[in-house]
Design a protein around this ligand. Structure first.
Ligand code: NAD
Ligand code: TYD
Length: 347
């Protein structure tokens, strides 16, 4: 049985991945998560008693803790989801993004190399068979597109926000560690995710939450910015494929060929919930707002035969239903810190 260290496994995407691995019965899972405002053990209720699942509260930047975990559990793979993940927060406070996304990733890479290398000689490139470090990244590292074109794995990094710059820095560090020290590595770069358990600071759950409370839906600028959307379960299936079968050293873009303008999404949510469009409120644009993201997913679909299972229409409808069925989950996390953040961001 392979032992996977999943970091950030109490967040939106990480918890989906943990639930998926636990369901397969093929892995021992160590979930290391600091439980920041975005981490929530409620997301993992269905697996908390699973015999092969272990939760550890801690920071990916804590090298002593990492050493202890690698010594205690024979870790074969690291899947690094842990991150500060929200662009608007990165504009307010970039420092925590550098700490976790860059320095935290570096601590994980150093620890993995120390524990997986077969000898201490710096020039040796021999690693324990079967080990792999998978860095979960984002299409935002490529910057913004104009009205046409797609990001390929060869597109140069050109990040525009402190968030995407910190993710790009981590990717470059991981790439350099693979080149210099030979650590077996993959990087995945996915488009915008949606689905159950997403923290309501991100577009889709925020708009669902506000619609449910009949409060204004804050659309930045003209709302014609475009994102490429993928259901979180499709993202996690893709990561599992890359972990198992991805060619060592490769980057894989992950996307669903599903470009939508923000305003269209907001109007669709209102339609599903039978709420009036008068709830839409155009607010000041996000500083440095990227206009369009779109992914060329040819590499992962041809090499690993991965395909998204959800259509956006069905996935969005299921997601809205999930939030309607889980108002208690939503209410628990939209008190306290969330209201402070909301007040500061939207006035
Ligand atoms: P999230 O904010 O929901 O979850 C992040 C998790 O990391 C939380 O559980 C948090 O407690 C934990 N964490 C934060 N700092 C930590 C630290 N120092 N040590 C340990 N744990 C820490 O984020 P998400 O949306 O689930 O994103 C997960 C990963 O996927 C991120 O790396 C993000 O960049 C990437 N990604 C996200 C999207 C998206 O649309 N959400 C798209 C592509 C890639
Ligand atoms: P977000 O979910 O924050 O993801 P990202 O910025 O990483 O793509 O935002 C998605 C899009 O929705 C982005 O163009 C910004 C826009 N947006 C709004 O218009 N209003 C909002 O309140 C939020 C949170 C986002």
């Amino acid at each position: 049985m392979r032992t996977v260290l999943v970091t950030g496994g109490a967040g939106f995407i990480g918890s989906c991945f943990v639930r998926k691995l636990a369901g397969s019965g093929l892995y021992r899972i160590i979930n290391l998560d600091l439980l920041t405002y975005a981490g929530n053990l409620d997301n993992l209720k269905s697996v908390e008693k699973h015999p092969n699942y272990h939760f550890v509260k801690g920071d990916i930047g804590d090298r002593l803790l990492l050493d202890r975990l690698f010594a205690e559990y024979e870790i074969d793979s690291v899947v690094n989801f842990a991150a500060e993940s929200h662009v608007d927060r990165s504009i307010e406070d970039p420092a925590s993004f550098i700490r976790t996304n860059v320095m935290g990733t570096q601590a994980l890479l150093d620890t993995a190399i120390k524990n997986w290398k077969l000898c201490t000689d710096k020039s040796s490139r021999a690693y324990r068979p079967g080990v792999k470090f998978l860095q979960v990244s984002t299409d935002e590292v490529y910057g913004a597109l104009g009205p046409t074109g797609l990001f390929t794995e060869e597109s140069p990094p050109a990040p525009n926000s402190p968030y995407s710059a910190s993710k790009a820095a981590a990717d470059l560090l991981a790439r350099a560690y693979a080149h210099t020290y030979g650590i077996p590595l993959n990087i995945t770069r996915c488009s915008n995710n949606y689905g159950p358990y997403q923290f309501p600071e991100k577009l889709i759950p925020l708009m669902i939450n506000n619609s449910l409370h009949n409060t204004p839906l804050p659309v930045y600028g003209d709302g014609l910015q475009i994102r490429d959307w993928l259901h979180v379960e499709d993202h996690c299936n893709a990561i599992a494929e890359v972990l198992e079968r991805g060619r060592v050293g490769e980057i894989y873009n992950i996307g669903g060929n599903c470009e939508r303008a923000n305003l269209d999404i907001v109007k669709t949510i209102l339609r599903i919930l039978d709420k009036p469009e008068s709830l839409i409120s155009h607010v000041k644009d996000r500083p440095g707002h990227d206009r369009r993201y779109a992914i060329d997913n040819t590499k992962i679909t041809t090499e690993l035969e991965w395909r998204p299972a959800y259509t956006f229409d069905a996935g969005l409808r299921d997601t809205v239903e999930w939030y309607l069925d889980n108002t208690a989950w939503l209410e628990r996390i939209t008190s306290g810190e969330y209201m402070d953040y909301y007040g500061k961001t939207y006035g």
